[in-house]
Design a protein around this ligand. Sequence first.
Ligand code: ZN
Length: 140
Amino acid sequence: MKYTVVSVDTGWIGELDGEHLIRPNFKVKELACNDGSDVILASSKLLDFVQSIRNIANTNININSFYRTAAYNSKIGGALKSKHKVGMACDMQVPSGLTVDSFAKIVEQVAGPNSGIGKYYKSNFVHLDVAKNGKRRWTD
Ligand SMILES: [Zn+2]
């Protein structure tokens, strides 16, 4: 399946196959909205962060949710101003061998203070967004 990929920070737009490696360890299809739509908005800075997190954790990272269309986001009860809707947020499953806290430390190390990091203990994932709203931290 082909996707139209829009980089929200560099302005790059292109058509890429779902199997294309957009970063060394991440395929285009991993960023797609879970509703099956063929347009993907993605922050290049966030993709760089996710790749760096993967390199430091030195293990495979599963992306639960990256881009979400507005319709899908509201359907699943996402926040009205969710950064997933503009391709600036990524939910990463905690890799095996790590805890939510130890994984979030790696995320913090890579993303720095000007980021949003949410720790979800019940569902075992960490949300990272790169919206320029200053330092935001939360837990479920
Ligand atoms: Zn999220």
